[in-house]
Write a protein that binds this ligand. Structure first.
Ligand SMILES: *Cc1c(COP(=O)(O)O)cnc(C)c1O
Length: 376
C-alpha cells in the first residue's frame, strides 16, 4: 500500500541477480576477447533502462539505446560508459548528440559529414551501420568499402565502430550463415581501412547460436533479460521479469452465463471465477483472449475465461481450494512452485514475439527492483 492508501494491482518484479547471471552467461558464450554492448533501448526492454544499466555496467563495454532521450537517461545512471544510439537521430538532434558525446549511428557519408560539421574542437565519434539484408538502416554492403574510405578521409570524425544487424538470426540459419560469411569477408577488407574500428553483428539469437562469429563485440538485448529467442538455449538464462497481479473478487457463477465482453465464453456448469486486477492497459495482451492462456494461482495453472478487458479479466478457479480470496497474488508471468509461465508462452498465446510482450508494460504497473545476491 502506498501512503495514499492505494494497494498494488499489477507489479513487475525485476531480478537483478538474474541480469548479472545472463550478462555473465553471454560473455562466457563468446569468450574473453569479445566485448559486450548491452542493449537497453525501450527502457531496458521494459525493465527500467537506468536501473538495468547500473547492474550491467561491470559486464559491458558499451550500452545501446534507440533514442537521444534514452541515451540521456542511461548516461545519468552510468556516467562513465559509452552509449551507442542504434536508431538514426533526427537532423535537429545531432547537435545535442555531439555536444553530449553520445555515439550516433550513420548510414551514409552525407550523414557522417553532417556530424563532422558539428564538431567543435575534438572529433566526433560515430558508428557506421551496413545493410547486409535487414533493409532498415545502413549503407548497402556493396557500397561499404567506398563509404568507409570516404568517412575515414573526413576530418573530425572518428569511425569508432562498424556493424550490421541480422534480420532472421532466430528463424533462418541458412540465410544467416551466408550473410555472416559475406560480412566476415567485408570486415577483413574494412579492417585494412579503419584498423582502430570495432566490428559487431550479433544480436541475442546469433550470439547464442554462432558465438564463434562474434568479432569484436556482441549486441544482445533479449537474452540479457533472460529470454532466449531460441528455446534450445533457454537453460543458459534466467528470466529477469516476474509480472504479478491480484484477485479482486471470487464469484460463484451458474451454468449458461457469459463471461466478459463479446460473451465468447459461456459456462456449461457451475464455476468459481476470479476477477483479476490487470488488463490490457497494464500490458497484458488482449490478444491472449480465447487462446488457451493461463495464469498461476497457488502454483496452479488457471485458464483465462473470455476476453481480457482494459483493466480486468477473469480466470477459472473452480478446482482451487475454497479459501482463494480477494487480495491474493496471481502470477501472470514467472515461477510459482513447480510451475512457470514464460514470456515466450504469453507471446505465443498473443500471436506475437517476446520482445513485444516485454516492451508493452503499461504505466500503471508498479516496478520493484530486487537483488538476490545469493540465490542459487
Ligand atoms: C534491438 C537491437 C539489438 C538487440 O536485439 P535482440 O534480438 O534483443 O538481442 C541489437 N542490435 C540492434 C541494432 C538492435 O536494434
Amino acid at each position: 500500500m502506498n501512503p495514499a492508501g492505494e494497494s498494488w494491482r499489477v507489479r513487475a518484479e525485476i531480478d537483478h541477480g538474474a541480469l548479472r547471471h545472463n550478462a555473465a552467461a553471454m560473455r562466457k558464450a563468446v569468450g574473453d576477447h569479445t566485448g559486450l554492448i548491452a542493449v537497453v533501448k525501450a527502457d531496458g526492454y521494459g525493465h527500467g533502462g537506468p536501473a538495468v544499466a547500473q547492474t550491467l555496467a561491470p559486464f559491458t563495454e558499451q550500452f545501446g539505446v534507440a533514442t537521444l532521450g534514452e541515451a540521456r537517461a542511461v548516461r545519468a545512471a552510468v556516467p562513465d560508459k559509452d552509449i551507442l544510439i542504434l536508431s538514426p537521430c533526427l537532423p535537429d538532434e545531432r547537435k545535442a548528440v555531439v555536444d553530449e558525446g553520445f555515439i550516433p549511428v550513420v548510414s551514409s557519408t552525407a550523414e557522417a559529414k553532417a556530424y563532422a560539421q558539428l564538431a567543435e574542437s575534438t572529433s566526433v565519434r560515430i558508428h557506421l551501420s551496413i545493410d547486409t539484408g535487414m533493409g532498415r538502416i545502413g549503407v548497402w554492403q556493396d557500397d561499404a568499402v567506398k563509404t568507409v574510405r570516404d568517412i575515414a578521409a573526413l576530418g573530425s570524425v572518428d569511425l569508432e565502430s562498424v556493424s550490421t544487424h541480422l534480420p532472421v538470426a532466430d528463424s533462418d540459419p541458412d540465410f544467416t550463415a551466408e550473410e555472416l560469411a559475406a560480412w566476415d569477408r567485408l570486415v577483413a577488407q574494412l579492417r585494412l581501412i579503419v584498423p582502430g574500428a570495432k566490428f559487431h553483428a550479433l544480436n541475442s539469437a546469433a550470439s547464442l547460436k554462432v558465438p564463434r562469429l562474434a568479432a569484436d563485440r556482441i549486441r544482445p538485448g533479449l537474452a540479457l533479460y533472460g529470454v532466449s529467442p531460441l528455446p534450445d538455449f533457454q537453460k543458459l538464462l534466467r528470466p529477469v521479469l516476474a509480472l504479478k497481479t491480484r484477485i479482486t473478487l471470487v464469484r460463484d457463477v451458474g451454468p449458461g452465463r457469459g463471461i466478459s465482453y463479446g460473451r465468447d465464453f459461456i459456462t456449461t456448469k457451475p464455476m468459481r471465477v476470479a476477477t483479476l486486477a490487470a488488463g490490457y492497459a497494464d500490458g497484458y495482451p488482449r490478444q491472449t483472449s480465447n487462446q488457451g492462456a493461463q495464469v498461476l494461482i497457488r502454483g496452479e495453472r488457471c485458464p483465462i475465461l473470455g476476453r481480457v478487458t482494459m483493466d480486468q479479466f477473469m480466470v477459472d478457479v473452480t478446482d482451487l481450494p475454497r479459501d482463494v480470496a480477494p487480495g491474493e497474488e496471481v502470477v501472470l508471468c514467472g515461477k510459482e512452485g513447480d510451475e512457470e509461465i514464460t514470456v515466450g508462452e504469453i507471446a505465443a498465446w498473443a500471436g506475437t514475439i517476446s520482445w513485444d510482450i516485454l516492451t508493452r508494460l503499461g504505466k500503471r504497473v508498479v516496478v520493484q527492483h530486487r537483488d538476490f545476491w545469493n540465490r542459487g
